[in-house]
Design a protein. Structure first.
Length: 115
């Protein structure tokens, strides 16, 4: 099982990034998928999650209206479009397989929002 995130980097406040997560080695379409983030010294927090079919989506309040999660079950990919980024969005973003319980995790990709 492997989850590989990409797309992180340095962006100015107000900018956008699109994170990608490539899934390998498990039945991707059978899992809800989620994005999480963590800042050193703080607990990891759920950012967004999407159901197996994509019909159900849930966002943390702090990203509502700015972030959008999507998935492609043909390509075993999940995405996080992040718009209007703020300095407080700086974190390591990781994808995980699961909706309420998270069975597999990626290593994460760093997002830095700074001018």
């Amino acid at each position: 099982v492997l989850l590989v995130e990409s797309g992180g980097g340095l962006v100015q406040p107000g900018g956008s990034l699109r994170l990608s997560c490539a899934a390998h080695g498990f039945a991707f379409s059978g899992y809800g998928m989620s994005w999480h983030r963590q800042v050193p010294g703080k607990e990891r927090e759920l950012v967004a999650r999407i159901s197996r079919s994509g019909s159900e989506i849930d966002y943390a309040d702090f990203v509502l209206g700015r972030f959008s999660i999507s998935r492609d079950n043909r390509e075993n990919m999940v995405y996080l479009q992040m718009n209007n980024l703020k300095s407080e969005d700086t974190a390591v973003y990781s994808c995980a397989a699961g909706w309420g319980r998270f069975d597999y995790w990626g290593q994460g990709t760093q997002v830095i929002v700074s001018s």
